[in-house]
Design a binder for this molecule. Sequence first.
Ligand code: BGP
Length: 479
Amino acid sequence: MFHPQLDSFPTDFLWGSASAAYQVEGAWDADGKGPSVWDNFVKIPGTTFKSSNGQVAVDHYHRYQEDVALMAEQGLKAYRFSIAWSRIFPTGKGEINQVGLEFYSNLIDELLKHDIEPIVTIYHWDLPQALQDEYQGWESRQIIEDFTTYAKLLFDTYGDRVKYWVSLNEQNVFIMHGYMMGTHPPAVRDPKRMYAANHIANLANASVIKAFREGGYSGKIGPSFAFAPAYPLDCRPENILAYENISDMSAHFWMDVYAFGRYPRIMLKNLEKMGLLPEITESDLALLKEGKPDFMGLNYYQTMTVANNPLDGVGMSGEANYTGEKGSTQESGMPGLFKMVENPYLERTNWDWTIDHQGLRVALRRIASRYDLPVLITENGLGEFDTLETDGTVHDQGRIDYLQHHCLAIQEAISDGVEVMGYCTWSFTDLLSWLNGYQKRYGFVYVDRDETSEKELTRYKKDSFYWYQEVINSNGQSL
Ligand code: BGP
């Protein structure tokens, strides 16, 4: 469809797709790789759907050439992947594992051979277990130095070929899940420890960006933030306040630190009152100011709608939907602050994630207006059941519709004036969903395996593969 009122996508727009090491690589203990906290966490009964794990995942470690060939066939302009820290430093620091370094070097060369821009995520949650054991990982300031040493090695080794770096992937998610909800490693449920670990993660993020600047590397660097823009249920002032609360707590609390190097004052005051304020020194604040990113990485999946929640209202304990049984998500909220409510205008996926393409435009607009930064969309996609037909086809029209609407929302945001550098769908091949197993699929490429059997791990192109091929080929004109 032709939209005369819309601007075109820029000619250098990065049409991409994304993955993360633990979710695709497998080879969890191959060639000198050390264990990560995820390798161990998944062994605890009840932590993941049907005890699924990434030991083999979709075996990208051994099949990366086949996967890159598929990317090239699709015409992908960029591929975002993460580096497993414990493949490079098996114990998180000290001795370097050359074979690990080589794997990513080969992957980068393979991508460049096909004119695919590598976008490298330095940290996508798979902390070396050794650092968790030695000093409790993100709870110790020691990690700032170790994370920076690791990142510098990546800049030095790959900086001649990699122009786009993502520092931390979804700090808000791995910190909240890891230290508040207890659903990610290290499975802590303690708000005080959560806010303390979060502050240290902010410092580590800033330190790596500072090192990137000081090292004079060329290219751009920024964090990827999981931004679910909030809507108030309606214009009842109590609900507007709930919206203000969630915006400060779930968005500004992280993005203000990245972009401005400071915490929102309402949050500081509240954390202090609750006795949850972490130690924040003058030199911390100076470091945060030096760690400003070149872009905001945006992982967008859905919006959330909130309403007033009285002091004796619902808490955070509600069960989430990790089974794909629609409607199984329970109510949750923070008493006195907000509660999540259903948005009557939006459809939901089988995992109860709202489907809201306009929310992407809203997210882009909010980032541009508040932070005045370019945005690299580092994740967006639809996790759903897919059916492999006997003839090897997969008709994922729902995914095509989802992506099409989201791409148009990007084009609208560009027309509004937002600088969008690129769009990485989640994901290129099907992969392991951390807590949801293999049945929640996101890829353009179906990988034949499930929770109980690895089967042959054969790759099949879904209908969406060809659809995106045409979008890229026409630089968005075919939308
Ligand atoms: C993001 C993560 C990804 C990916 C995606 C989909 O939070 O950065 O790694 O997993 O969400 O989420 P899920 O796998 O839970 O459906």
